[in-house]
Ligand binder design. Structure first.
Ligand code: FE2
Length: 297
């Protein structure tokens, strides 16, 4: 899959052959100055407008119950039905025991997902941009589809920790052919909880999978939860408008954001379809009403 870079790739995204080799070796790559200031502003404004139009109660109440069991069930349903929708996932700390927000709605969200790239024209345009398509082509993807998209907020104080994981735990194909595009819309530093990677950890396969449970409406994990040595994680501080390519199997994490600064990111994943099988056990499945769109359009 990870073919040698073509010269055109190097020219277009202004990186070097050594950088490309770094991606193959490390399982991630930071490409600076990928998006213009105008693009960044357009995405951020669009997200602001989507949140501005959203009534939090319509969403928190769908996932709220005084019974913990019932609440977990509702949360599961809300998540499992989000593949072909624009849904709003709030930080636990930002919702009180009555289901009301404790902070402004623009600062209460963990993420929006998972079909922004299909349902919203701005996110669709960014996802299918010529530059993104060329990156995928030059990495050797033949018939990739976009399987999900998310706007991640990592808001001040409430932005929760993301524990060490591999994206292929959640999005599994045989053979493994998943790639994440991660585009920071604000500078990401240690202060506002940038990503941390274990370089080279994508070479050891996937230790754990999240699959649909037998009831068909919840998920369960199979495989051991591996412990990772904290010292092996390398922080990836990146400037806004960069592109971070994330191999589906590289181990990464981010800490709780205790700072005053948010850390907004637009991210989406592609999966190869040529000679590759999308696992029927994945929580995320295309529906009759919404097929995974081909990246190349
Ligand atoms: Fe991830």
């Amino acid at each position: 899959m990870w073919a040698a870079p073509r010269k055109r790739f190097i020219q277009i995204i202004m990186t070097t052959e050594a950088d490309f080799q770094k991606f193959v070796d490390d399982g991630y790559l930071i490409i600076k100055d990928f998006l213009s200031e105008a693009d960044i502003n357009e995405i951020e404004q669009k997200c602001y407008d989507i949140v501005q139009e959203m009534n939090p109660n319509e969403h928190t109440l769908q996932t709220f119950s005084t019974s913990e069991d019932d609440q977990n069930k509702k949360r599961n349903n809300y998540f499992m039905e989000s593949a072909d929708k624009i849904r709003f996932f709030f930080e636990k700390q930002a919702v009180n025991e009555k289901g009301d927000l404790t902070v402004d709605k623009h600062k209460a969200l963990n993420k929006i997902g998972h079909a922004l790239h299909v349902l919203d024209p701005v996110f669709k345009k960014v996802t299918h941009s010529q530059l993104i398509q060329r990156v995928a082509k030059n990495l050797g993807f033949k018939k990739p589809v976009v399987v999900q998209s998310m706007y991640i907020f990592k808001s001040p104080h409430v932005g929760g920790e993301v524990v060490p994981h591999q994206d292929s735990t959640f999005l599994y194909t045989e053979p493994m052919n998943i790639l994440g595009f991660w585009i920071p819309l604000e500078d990401c530093t240690l202060e506002n909880s940038c990503l941390h990677f274990i370089p080279g950890s994508h070479k050891n396969g996937v230790s754990r999978r999240m699959i649909k449970a037998e009831d068909g409406v919840s998920t369960t994990f199979v495989g051991p939860l591996l412990e990772f040595d904290n010292d092996k994680f390398i922080p990836a501080e990146v400037e806004k408008g960069s592109l971070v390519l994330i191999h589906g199997e590289v181990v990464h994490k981010s800490e709780h954001n205790y700072s005053e600064k948010s850390r907004h990111v637009y991210t989406f994943h592609i999966a190869e379809t040529e000679d590759t099988k999308w696992s029927k056990e994945n929580w995320l499945q295309e529906s009759n009403s919404m097929k995974f769109p081909p990246l190349y359009q």
